[in-house]
Design a protein around this ligand. Structure first.
Ligand SMILES: Nc1ncnc2c1ncn2[C@@H]1O[C@H](COP(=O)(O)O)[C@@H](OP(=O)(O)O)[C@H]1O
Ligand SMILES: [Mg+2]
Ligand SMILES: [Mg+2]
Ligand SMILES: [Mg+2]
Length: 352
């Protein structure tokens, strides 16, 4: 299959899953959220999205060739509350398939749904082709009614070659000054990127045609704006404020959930993305796979505090020096220097 065909397949799968997420977010019920053992939330939509993407990819790929590294697994659906959730997930998956006039498929059973979810247990690695999925990135944002993304990448021999981000709540217009509340602007963006072919944005509903996008070309940090996680537990915001101060950035950061940040940056809404999880946190590949190619194909760079590009070939986790930074190529050296200045000035106890 060519990169173009992979991209089309990925975009169809992400669109389908995004529709399921949108319908759940509209009528979100408290009982549809569970806590995972690591205390992060997971909803019927996370599972439903993973089942749909897995099902939509596998049916189009050569038999036996499908490998998926994805965030969720069916373990928690084996409990008593899990069984009720599974019924609801199966219904959501089948309703979404039935509502798509381009799909001609028999309804899935609960067992089919469990199997589709558990396809995501692949370990990935440096050889072969592995799809990398975050069925809902930014579940906390999703539950709050804010930003989230369905994020799908394709890892080929250790390198991400395709990335698709479905961002159902992201305005088609710039969020450089934040996401407007209660605006009539159209929302719902689909970002697509493939190796050597650029990054494009189109409306998730398909009404607006794809347009090529580029990261900001700001080369003076004083004019730069930055974005970071909405959740303060996900990134050390006093550290990022110090980095911004060293750079001379004066504008307040745009704080939004999920890889929607990478999409927004790819079209120039913000110039720098700073992510510094608290010591001990290990980044997962599905949290950055699609987003990183969306940035690099838009002319940007994604790297860690040592200046190294992200390495997706090491399995389910990213193996990196502290932090993830994205910006344009001109600003990379100056942003990296500011990051290193601030990290070197930290108290030893604050270091990893
Ligand atoms: N303590 C922590 N530090 C850094 N990242 C964390 C975290 N706890 C959860 N995350 C990750 O942050 C992701 C959301 O990213 P963001 O902070 O950009 O909104 C979550 O993805 P999920 O919502 O898919 O679980 C999760 O993988
Ligand atoms: Mg999660
Ligand atoms: Mg995630
Ligand atoms: Mg997720």
């Amino acid at each position: 299959m060519s990169c173009y065909q992979d991209l089309q397949l990925a975009a169809r799968a992400v669109r389908l899953a995004s529709r399921l997420c949108q319908s759940v977010q509209r009528g979100l019920l408290a009982k549809e959220t569970q806590s995972k053992s690591d205390d992060s939330p997971v909803t019927v939509a996370d599972y439903g999205s993973q089942a749909l993407v897995s099902w939509a990819l596998e049916r189009e790929l050569p038999a036996g060739s499908f490998s998926l590294v994805a965030e969720e697994d069916s373990e928690d659906l084996g409990t008593e509350t899990g069984a009720a959730m599974l019924t609801r997930i199966t219904q959501l998956v089948n309703d979404t398939i039935a509502a798509d006039s381009t799909l001609d498929a028999a309804p899935l059973t609960s067992k089919d749904v469990l199997l589709a979810i558990d396809q995501g247990r692949s370990k990935g690695g440096a050889t072969g082709r592995h799809w990398v999925l975050d069925p809902i990135d930014g579940t906390r944002g999703f539950v709050r009614g804010d930003q989230y993304a369905v994020a799908l990448g394709l890892l080929e021999n250790g390198e991400i070659v395709v990335g698709v981000l479905g961002c159902p709540n992201l305005p088609m217009t710039s969020i450089a000054h934040g996401v407007p509340k209660d605006s009539n602007e159209p929302v719902g963006c689909l970002f697509t990127a493939s190796k050597g072919a650029g990054t494009f944005v189109q409306s998730l509903d398909g009404k607006l045609q794809p347009q090529q996008v580029y990261v900001s070309n700001v080369d003076d940090p004083a004019w730069a704006t930055f974005c970071e996680s909405y959740e303060s537990a996900h990134s050390n915001q006093s550290l990022t404020a110090n980095i911004a101060r060293v750079l001379g950035v004066t504008a307040p950061p745009v704080r939004i959930d999920s890889q929607a940040k990478y999409g927004a940056m790819a079209r120039g809404d913000a110039v720098i993305y700073l992510r510094f999880p608290h010591p001990g946190y290990r980044e997962k590949i599905w949290d950055h796979a699609a987003g990183s190619i969306v940035i690099t194909e838009a002319g940007g760079a994604v790297f860690d505090a040592a200046g190294k590009s992200l390495d997706f070939s090491k399995g389910r986790f990213l193996d990196l020096e502290r932090g993830i930074i994205a910006t344009n190529k001109k600003l990379k050296p100056v942003v990296l220097a500011a990051v290193q200045t601030v990290l070197n000035g930290e108290q030893p106890s604050q270091k990893l």
